[in-house]
Ligand binder design. Structure first.
Ligand code: PLP
Length: 419
């Protein structure tokens, strides 16, 4: 099968030509408050290239019908394209088989699926689940709900002041009651890249399965689930230049097969009587009802687009943006970077003396600069680092050094307003 559709290939002349890339993103031409948009909120949601928009239009104008079981042309076409999108996602994360890719509505949904499908079946009273201080609320709350229901206990890996996991402490948390580990690959608030491969190997040596929240890793680095050897890997389409309402749960086939379904309904069954229902095979067992067909196909196009640029190229370019931004911001008095791990993706969280992050965000918006402010759904991180909130600039491969300069001059303007 030809996985990368040549029509989806971004055109760039040199190894990485950011202006050619930017031309693919119609939204980047917007003016905000009379200024060119500088979009630095990519960790919350990234923008969509024309190639993905075109793919969605093609689907809606010539391929749409409900999938599975239809014998007519459109249903067969939509089914084939939906399954082709699954194979594109399989290759994107190097899963062994396409049935290990479950389409969900996003990272949160993927984690809830594992909690209901695996956790409720296998976690018992007195068992322990290891999470880390860095987790997004979506990888905390489902496990708290499970712990409450089952009488299980959550143990938490602490972090350093730089925002790095204390791996020695992680190892000390293991005991005979440890039954599950949930860890995020990259921190959305701080950008820290966690040593998940080593953490997974340590857990596996003790027979403990590991779920990795890859929401902030999949858009920024090559992910190889076989190399990581993770049991589950969750991520969202809308952070990957794809549509909202779609995400992926990767799970090892033998684990997915042992799990109970999360949602019941059409498509996830083989047969139903009032006496007994038999479930479909994986991944369909976990895809009850009509799935987001268009969004899945759009996500397939999005990962083709990213793969055509190359995730290694994206990582290298984004690191340059981060290093430049970090250097520039550290020249500003009264501004402190929150999250200074040795290995980071392009996330720059910061606080300013005497200015609330919401005011930073509002004033930067007047300059056309979009950053996120608040606790970023990681209140335990804010508590640990003793900040109520941060302003966060998060970069993508379509951002430029000139946009970093606009951010820095915007911060100077904020300083002038508050002095
Ligand atoms: N995990 C991390 C690390 C995130 O950054 C996010 C979203 O910001 C999520 C999970 C939740 O993703 P979604 O809202 O797409 O389900």
């Amino acid at each position: 099968m030809k996985l990368i559709d040549s029509a989806l290939k971004p055109e760039f002349t040199s190894m990485f030509d950011v202006e050619h890339i930017r031309a693919d993103f119609p939204i980047l031409k917007l003016q905000v408050e009379g200024k060119p948009l500088v979009y630095l909120d990519n960790a919350a949601s990234s923008q969509m290239p024309q190639q993905v928009i075109d793919r969605l239009v093609r689907y809606q104008t010539s391929e749409h019908a409900n999938i599975n079981r239809g014998v007519h042309y459109l249903s067969e076409t939509a089914t084939a394209e939906y399954e082709s999108a699954r194979r594109r996602l399989q290759h994107f994360i190097n899963a062994r088989e396409d049935r290990e890719v479950v389409f969900t509505s996003g990272t949160t949904d993927s984690i809830n699926l594992v909690m209901h499908g695996y956790g409720r079946k296998y976690i018992r009273a007195g068992d322990e689940i290891i999470l880390t201080t860095l987790e997004h609320h979506s990888n905390i709350v489902p496990w708290q709900m499970l712990a409450e229901e089952k009488g299980a206990k959550i143990r938490v890996v602490p972090i350093s002041d730089a925002g790095e996991l204390l791996v020695d402490e992680y190892e000390k948390l293991f005991n005979a009651r440890t039954k599950f580990v949930g860890v995020l690959h990259v921190s959305n608030a701080l950008g820290t890249i966690n040593p998940v491969k080593e953490m997974i190997a340590f857990a596996h040596a003790r027979g403990v399965p590991v779920l990795v929240d890859g929401a902030q890793a999949a858009p920024h680095m090559a992910v190889d689930v076989q190399d990581l050897d993770c049991d589950f890997y969750a991520f969202s389409g809308h952070k990957l230049c794809g549509p909202t309402g779609i995400g992926v749960l990767y799970g090892k086939a033998e684990l997915l097969e042992r799990m109970q379904p999360f949602k019941g309904g059409g498509d996830m069954i083989l047969s139903v009587t009032f006496e007994k229902t038999t479930y479909n095979s994986i991944p369909h067992k976990f895809e009850a009802g009509t799935p987001p067909i268009a969004a899945a196909i759009g996500l397939g196009a999005a990962v083709d687009y990213l793969s055509a640029i190359g995730l290694d190229t994206i990582s290298a370019y984004e690191l340059k943006l981060l290093n430049y931004a970090t250097e520039q911001i550290s020249n500003l008095p009264g501004v402190r970077v929150i999250g200074t791990a040795a290995r980071k993706t392009a996330v720059l969280s910061f606080v300013m003396e005497g200015v609330h992050p919401h005011d930073i965000g509002t004033l930067l918006n007047h300059e056309g600069v979009a950053v996120r402010t608040g606790h970023h759904c990681v209140q335990p991180v804010m508590l640990r680092l003793r900040v109520p909130a941060t302003a966060r600039a998060s970069f993508a491969f379509y951002n430029t050094m000139a946009e970093v300069d606009t951010l820095i001059s915007g911060i100077r303007t904020v300083q002038k307003v508050f002095t």
